[in-house]
Structure formats: structure tokens, C-alpha cells
Design a protein around this ligand. Structure first.
Ligand SMILES: *Cc1c(COP(=O)(O)O)cnc(C)c1O
Length: 335
């Protein structure tokens, strides 16, 4: 069906919102490997543990998918200046695609972010603004600046096209696994774009008749330092007493996700669940996967492995099941 198509996420171009091919801004994103973690499967007694390794994307994270589409569409719409609040990776990705497209980029990032992420934006020629606080503070500043200077605000889920790019995760997983999805997908959730995007892709493929079996249970993982979605599941709401802190998994340091209702809807509809992990667990997890599988995961990626361990303890993940973990970013960007 996809013979002769490029080995990038643009092989699914018909599902993406760019009208004219000449507006596509691509750095080779997508078509990342799904690696079977056989040593880990044997250790944990689970039939199949797979890892979608998104760290090999341009700019070292899966943010490339969303921003390749968003910047392509910005180019098509004639937008000349984009602004983005970011915990780190989205800013780098936007800067790179904007550089290629000849679009001006402004990135607003928390001060405490690791230096590789700041340097990257500057190298791509973006204007970098550093703030105290977390991504929500950056989001407020971005909104205000966008209005003042007439730049286009690329905030997660507030502009529509990054989600479309993240949908390609769903198409890719289905195609790579021969149109049979895993029983369980464990996703490190910040703003929720990837989770919601995958679910949308699964629904689109069901409507097309490309998928017939049951859809996976979608599990979200967050850090104990910043787990608004888990709070929502446990208490029905994010309590007043919730004080978010920065996590080493900065992709998960999103205290007030704009799309919280959609995230919850995907988890409930898919019969999924929500898991919290600690900073120490994520650090131990990175070491364990490094020596067991020869892979260096980002803290967010490690969180999905820790999440699986907890799901096994709870007897939620069963031994005859197939589980897909996500490494959403490169370990090398956390230096
Ligand atoms: C942004 C990010 C996440 C969270 O992704 P969402 O789709 O916004 O929930 C997870 N891991 C890394 C490395 C990220 O950069």
C-alpha cells in the first residue's frame, strides 16, 4: 500500500493538512524503529515488550513530527514569525524547521532547562527567552508576545497542526507491526499531543477498515513532581493544593495541560490507566535499560519502563500481552 513512499512520516501525506507538496518542510522525521526488548521481556515475564525509539528523529525527539507539520503549514499560510513556549524539545524542533523554512523563530523556555536545549535553539538562529517557572509561565508570555508582535503562537494543542504530525505515530506503529496493534501502549504524557494524536490515527484507520481488532489500552505516565493528569484520575480534579515542580523529565513538566479533558477521554475510552513514577525510579530505569538492552533512554522513556513494572505488579499488564514503550527523546540532550 505504501510501496515507493519516502521512509519519513510524510509517507502518510494524505492524512496531513499540507495542500501543496512544495510547502513540506522535512528533515527526515519519522519512520523510527520499533525495537523488541527481548532481554527485558525475559526478565519481566511479558511475552513482548517493544520500544518505539523516537530519539533518532531530527533534533533528537519526537517533537520533530509535530513541528515539521506545523512549520510546513505555517509556510503554506504565509506566516513569517512563530513563537513557542517549551519545556525544551519543542523549542529546538521549531527552531530547526523554522530555519529550513526561512521563518523567524522565538522560543520561550524555563531558565532551569539543560544547556544543550538552549544552545540548540541559538544555533538554529532562534531568539531565546529564558523565564523563571515552568512551561505554563512561558505559555502566558508567549500569548502576550504573540499579540504584541504579531507572531503566530505554536503552543501545544492551541494551534491545530502539531497534533496532525503526532498522528503519524499511530499510522507508523500500525504499518510497522503489520496492522496488529499491541495490547498496551505506555506513553509519557506532558501536553498529551502524542497520546491524542495516536488515538485519532487509530480511529481514522478503523473507519478506513485498515484496523479491525481491539485498540490498545492507553496508559499515561507522569512524574510525581508534576502529575496533574494522575491527580485528575485519582481525585476527579486537580486539587488546589497541587504544587508542580520541575522534573528531570522536562517533557513531563507540564502542570496545566490545555487538553486535559481529551487526555482523560483517550485513557477512559481505551480502558487505560494512569501511573506516577519518581525521579529516582526514572534514574534507576535509565541505568537498568542501558545495561540490559544497550539503549540510553531519556527520563521520559525510562518512565514508560517503570510504568510497565508497576502495571505488572498490579497485575494490569499480563504475561501473554504485547506492550509498546516509548523513548520520546535522546539521552544526550539532558547533559
Ligand atoms: C514533549 C515531550 C513529552 C510529552 O509529550 P506530549 O505529547 O506533549 O505529552 C515526552 N517526552 C519528551 C522527551 C518530550 O519532549
Amino acid at each position: 500500500m505504501f510501496t515507493g513512499r519516502p521512509y519519513t512520516m510524510w509517507r502518510y501525506a494524505e492524512f496531513l493538512p499540507v495542500f501543496d507538496e512544495k510547502n513540506i518542510v522535512s528533515l527526515g522525521e519519522g519512520w523510527t524503529p520499533i525495537l523488541p526488548l527481548k532481554n527485558l521481556s525475559a526478565q519481566l515475564g511479558i511475552r513482548e515488550i517493544l520500544l518505539k525509539d523516537e530519539s533518532v528523529n531530527p533534533t533528537g525527539s519526537f517533537k520533530a513530527r509535530g513541528l515539521s507539520v506545523a512549520i510546513s503549514k505555517a509556510k503554506e499560510l504565509g506566516i513569517e514569525h512563530c513563537i513557542i513556549p517549551t519545556a525544551g524539545n519543542a523549542g529546538g524542533a521549531m527552531s530547526a524547521y523554522a530555519a529550513k523554512a526561512g521563518i523567524r523563530a522565538t522560543v520561550i523556555m524555563p531558565k532551569h532547562t539543560p544547556s544543550a536545549l538552549k544552545e540548540e535553539c541559538r544555533m538554529y538562529g532562534a531568539e531565546l527567552i529564558l523565564l523563571d517557572g515552568l512551561i505554563d509561565a512561558c505559555g502566558k508570555k508567549a500569548k502576550q508576545m504573540a499579540a504584541e508582535i504579531g507572531a503566530f503562537d505554536m503552543s501545544t494543542m492551541k494551534e491545530p497542526y502539531r497534533l496532525e504530525g503526532k498522528k503519524t505515530l499511530g499510522f507508523e506503529i500500525a504499518e510497522q507491526l503489520n496492522w496488529r496493534l499491541p495490547d498496551l501502549i505506555i506513553y509519557p504524557t506532558g501536553g498529551g499531543t502524542g497520546l491524542i494524536g495516536m488515538w485519532q490515527a487509530f480511529k481514522e484507520m478503523q473507519r478506513l477498515g485498515w484496523l479491525t481488532g481491539k485498540l490498545p489500552r492507553m496508559v499515561i505516565v507522569q512524574s510525581k513532581k508534576c502529575n496533574p493528569m494522575i491527580q485528575m484520575f485519582e481525585n476527579g480534579t486537580v486539587p488546589e493544593t497541587f504544587i508542580p515542580e520541575a522534573s528531570i523529565a522536562y517533557g513531563l513538566s507540564v502542570p496545566y495541560p490545555f487538553a486535559k479533558d481529551l487526555i482523560q477521554q483517550v485513557v477512559l475510552e481505551s480502558n487505560g490507566t494512569a501511573i506516577t513514577v519518581t525521579e529516582e525510579e526514572m534514574e534507576k530505569g535509565i541505568e537498568h535499560i542501558a545495561v540490559t538492552e544497550g539503549l540510553l533512554l531519556s527520563p521520559e522513556g525510562s518512565a514508560t519502563y517503570i510504568g510497565l513494572k508497576k502495571l505488572i505488579e498490579k497485575d494490569y499488564a499480563k504475561e501473554d500481552e504485547s506492550v509498546l514503550l516509548f523513548n520520546t527523546g535522546s539521552w544526550f540532550k539532558y547533559r
